[in-house]
Ligand binder design. Sequence first.
Ligand code: SAM
Length: 474
Amino acid sequence: MSKDGSVWISIDDREMAYLKVEADKVFGRENFAGTIVWQQRKTRENRALFSYNHEYILVYAKDIKKFKKSRNLLPVDNDFIDNKYKNPDNDPRGPWQSVSASVQAGHAVPSQFYTIVSPTGIEHNPPKGRCWVYNEQRMKTEISLGNIWFGADGSNVPRIKKFLRSAKIGLTPQTLWSDDRYGTTDSAKKHLLNLFPNLEKVFETPKPEELIAQILHIATNEGDLVLDCYAGSGTTLTAAHKTKRHYIGIEIGDETTKLIVDRLNKVIEGEEGGISEIQQWKGGGEFAYFSFDKSPRIDNSLCNAPRTIQKNPVYHQLNLFPLFEEYGEKPFLENEIVREPNSIYYGHHKIEYARNVLISLVKRDNEDIFINRSATLYYTGKKFPSTVAFNKLYYFMPYLKGKGIRDLYIIKVARIGSRKEGQPDENNNDLRLVFEIEFVKQLFTDYKSIDLKIWRTFTDTILSEIIQDPMLND
Ligand SMILES: C[S@@+](CC[C@H](N)C(=O)[O-])C[C@H]1O[C@@H](n2cnc3c(N)ncnc32)[C@H](O)[C@@H]1O
């Protein structure tokens, strides 16, 4: 977390007390920033002992002092400013408001008790139990600088002038967040059902975008990084996307992950619900999707999840630069390749039919090495619209223009490289995905054409589907 970062945890009444104690231990009691009470339900639950209409959001800072400085105030409208800041003495420094020049005397020192004489000669002493905010010397300086106001006729109790031009204008966030402004669980459900009318299981407690946007406004600025490590229906991510924050979402459920991906795709297309209107959201942006399942076990249900995502026609270019920063030229995928010569076995494993196969178009000028099966490298184009997570990419089948697919390769290594790598006209700034591949087996006696679904250049599938496809069988 950044030094001025904060953690916002939503929790209901049952667990609130326990979480508070645990979170105090983790973040330190001194870094507890406050508890928001969010009115998450409008209706009354008559069957219950108490109708619970609120949830809590516990807020902790990494460093409370830094967070206090960096957190944003809530916006105010111009009327609010005009009402508060006036300029009755035509001060060339512009409009100002006055605040009390006295404070409670609890921690006062003797030099804060003295008599102030107004320009018209009226004597003022601090009210009972209070002292002047400045000592006498400082007060004299402030008066000479025109920073103290004695009213229009120069006789009133002195007050301090605070100028609009140096004010940090905005409202301090309050801790009670109403359903009208920040939405309810029901309004969040409605938003989800509008986006996905066939959604069978609607999340129990989705958050409205308005609520998350408010948190993001207070705690972050455009371009900041937001993490939701239990992404659920993805509201934090969509709100972050629409408010121009970077974001990382982590979600364990396959179906839920698919929903998040579909939802983000809709946001990119310009989805109009939630905070879209207030943010004047018109679509755009991109995201990358990674699966970090490192399990060696082949789980068809896991393979199925990303593949069903293919049904959505929108795919986004992966941003290769962060990957390059993270991995450099080191592989981010390395598949097992202990292969017995001239056999269809890898080590002790048979060809694995449940593995993902990436079918990729080969340009005419590269065809020869793929026809004679000697290809060892494959560079993707600028865009890589595969929907299979990198660590699940396994096989590779070149698609030759006008011919189709025939040969099976294994992807030994996937890494970031650059265009025309190793050649004199290599362009280091033009990043590409590079697959180091090795021929495994000729799957069909002749080339078979196949429908390349994604942008007509790539498709993801699993080997068994290729082999079982009646259109493809010999
Ligand atoms: C209540 S939802 C989160 C709601 C979401 N943060 C929001 O504000 O709308 C909790 C989610 O965390 C996911 N989850 C639970 N344990 C997880 C884990 N260890 N790693 C990643 N996600 C997990 C669940 O699948 C569920 O979708």
